[in-house]
Design a protein around this ligand. Structure first.
Ligand code: FAD
Length: 321
């Protein structure tokens, strides 16, 4: 099948579906494939482009069936596969969700859509550090996505803030083409998987532990360094750099659920039963936005499968199918 992005942003005339899916990442697209194959109608809505956070992974090496695949390629494969079954409405932000007597309504930037049920698969977005210079130097050498912007720093120095798995993967991949990649980690130990630790050590990359970042510094036009305090000695230092990539965690994208009645955890994740049902009948959750998620592509895909099968069974049981 020839793939083109214009096929994704389909003109949508139908406004009512069995299953409305918010989020065209691994979780939402997997839900769509299973739902439509079981005979349900579905629409996927995404505020950005199809593929979700998978596209930000420089290299995925733990998704079964692919020894190593670029995140962008895997996200494209997910999209191509889902497009065999479902329309994906891109660049359409879901602003709020409301349950009526027998329908769930999603208010979007392109008007309202309704479904017998609705699946929230909106994932997470990058957490900010909230230090001086972070806002000022965004897009002036500071980024949250190495896959998107890393190559701008070919043969230059970069600092990655955050040494967990995402930060480690981003650093290892950028280290292939940058002059130097330094990792600053707040904790006093490696925070990423052993496999990444081994690569970091083998490559001789600096992984500075106990580093509390205080400021992103620059000349007003572009980044020139990162000032941090060693939490053990209290000594302050500046690492000079051309680029800064921030990987300090993720926050669930659930603000639009504020008036929906859906129960959220303290940190804003959606609370569900073990089948992905929320406390509001007809609203389900899949993928990284769900409380207790392992935040992996495989688990998001698995959630989508489980939720779609649950929806099918729930609709049959309630006589709505
Ligand atoms: P997402 O992929 O985040 O998709 C959610 C979608 O919802 C997005 O497209 C978003 O635009 C959309 N959305 C959000 N809010 C709205 C709204 N209001 N209206 C409409 N649409 C909305 N996992 C692995 O298994 N292996 C790896 O190697 C790996 N590497 C990673 C590297 C990095 C740098 C990062 C950041 C993550 C990595 N992950 C990896 C994690 C993996 O990307 C996620 O677990 C997975 O993408 C989650 O899928 P999801 O469908 O739950 O959410």
């Amino acid at each position: 099948m020839e793939f083109s992005l214009s096929r994704v942003s389909a003109e949508i005339e139908e406004r009512d579906y069995d299953v409305l899916i918010i989020g065209a990442g691994a979780g939402g697209l997997s839900t769509a494939v299973y739902a439509v194959r079981s005979g349900l109608t579905a629409l996927v809505i995404d505020k950005s482009v199809s593929g979700g956070l998978t596209a930000e992974s420089p290299l995925v090496e733990n998704y079964l069936g692919f020894k190593a695949i670029k995140g962008t390629d895997l996200a494209q494969k997910f999209t191509e596969h889902a497009l065999e079954y479902v329309k994906i409405l891109e660049n359409t932000d879901v602003l709020s969700v409301k349950k009526d007597a027998d329908r769930i309504t999603a208010k979007t930037t392109l008007g309202e859509f309704t479904g017998k049920v609705l699946v929230v698969a909106t994932g997470t977005s990058h957490k900010h550090l909230n230090v001086p210079g972070e806002k000022e130097y965004y897009a002036k050498g500071l980024s949250y996505c190495s896959t998107c912007d890393g190559y701008l720093f070919k043969d230059k120095k970069v600092v990655v803030i955050g040494g967990g798995n995402s930060g480690a993967i981003a650093s290892i991949s950028m280290n292939e083409y940058t002059a130097k990649t330094t990792i600053l980690e707040y904790m006093d130990r490696y925070m990423c998987e052993d496999a990444y630790v081994r690569t970091i050590e083998k490559n001789g990359m600096d992984y500075i532990k106990n580093a509390q970042v205080l400021e992103i510094v620059g000349d007003g036009k572009k980044v020139s360094g990162v000032r941090y305090r060693d939490r053990a000695t209290q000594e302050e230092s500046v690492v000079s750099t051309d680029g800064v990539f921030i990987y300090v965690g993720l926050v669930p994208q659930t603000a639009f659920l504020k008036d929906s009645g859906v129960e959220l955890s303290d940190r804003g994740y959606i609370i569900t039963d073990n089948k992905g049902r929320t406390n509001v009948e007809g609203i389900y959750s899949a993928g990284d936005v769900t409380q207790g998620t392992e935040a992996q592509i495989a688990t998001a895909v698995g959630d989508g499968c489980r939720v779609a099968i649950t929806i099918y069974n729930d609709l049959i049981k309630s006589g709505r199918r």
